[in-house]
Design a protein around this ligand. Sequence first.
Ligand code: PLP
Length: 370
Amino acid sequence: MPEPPRAGATLTVDLDAICANWRRLAAMLRPGANCAAVVKADAYGCGAIQVAPALLAAGCRRFGVASLDEGLALAPLLRDADILVFSGPLPGTEAEYTARRLIPVLNSPAQAAAWVELARKLDRRLPAVLHVDTGLTRLGFGLEEARALAEDNALRAAIDIQLVMSHLACAEEPAHPMNASQLAAFRAARAFLPGVEGSLAASSGIFLGADWHADWARPGAALYGINPTPNKPNPMRQVVHLQGEIVQVREIDAGRTVGYGATWRAPGKARLATAALGYADGLPRTLSNRGAAYLGDTRVPIVGRVSMDLTVFDVTQAPPELARPGAMLDLIGPRLVVDEVAETAGTIAYELMTGLGQRLRRVYVGAGAR
Ligand SMILES: *Cc1c(COP(=O)(O)O)cnc(C)c1O
């Protein structure tokens, strides 16, 4: 039975575009390098349960998530692939990794020690990824700690280190000296573990060139249409389309104010449309009196403050036959791409997308959409 139409806000996610972006990134890598897919934070707000199986079908065999819970949610769907958990096991959770074949990223000697302890208890060698900090200073082994781990034969017997990983701090700025210094530190770390594969580049790192590709790239953002090369045209396909439904249209007189705080005052007679989405749906409140939507081909500015569930648009310039209850306004889409909306809101597309609300009706189109 077709779903009845519902008032509100809709996020349409194009799974074909995500898969095309993954293929495009994979094709850019140096020969022999592979492309993983980062699906943390519910696949950057797109819905990991839908996105990860589509990427599996497209050929992706390694996935990255941030937390154990994210890994557990995907494990039944990705039996033929590896799931890396970037946070690594928090104390006491190690056994949950082995139960679901999740591969922990070991970020500290303490995490490695706990993983060794479990390996001994189970009397088998356990897989892991070693994270070396080369300058981001967030998580990871220091270079000397990595050397000590590599030289610890008992530890190496207990842990099968499948990958040496590091993460770049300034990859979206190709000329930044950190890119070269982190590459050098990464190579130094890999030299401690000859024969073990390496992974350094996320989305923007792929565009730095083959030296940064190592054996596995780990893109997230670019899969979802975020521009990995800021200040240059976006090479990725757009993935998300955020729409809000108009629930009321009204004519107002000059001088009337709109919304909480009465921050917008009509300079003349105006026609306003109130749409059923607000900051609880992920529309940043910082778009108040700054952002806009498209109604058909007409740009319609946000007037007054974005509130929790409702946002008001000045549709005076839009054709009256379009500006009516039930019509959909485009908040993010072909005319207003995520990076642009995020910039207007004073943030980055990563934050905008991962803040898209759970309340949005999500519609999937393309490969494997159910
Ligand atoms: C989030 C994350 C990625 C993906 O980064 P993007 O910039 O979104 O491509 C890769 N690796 C690690 C460790 C991450 O935390």
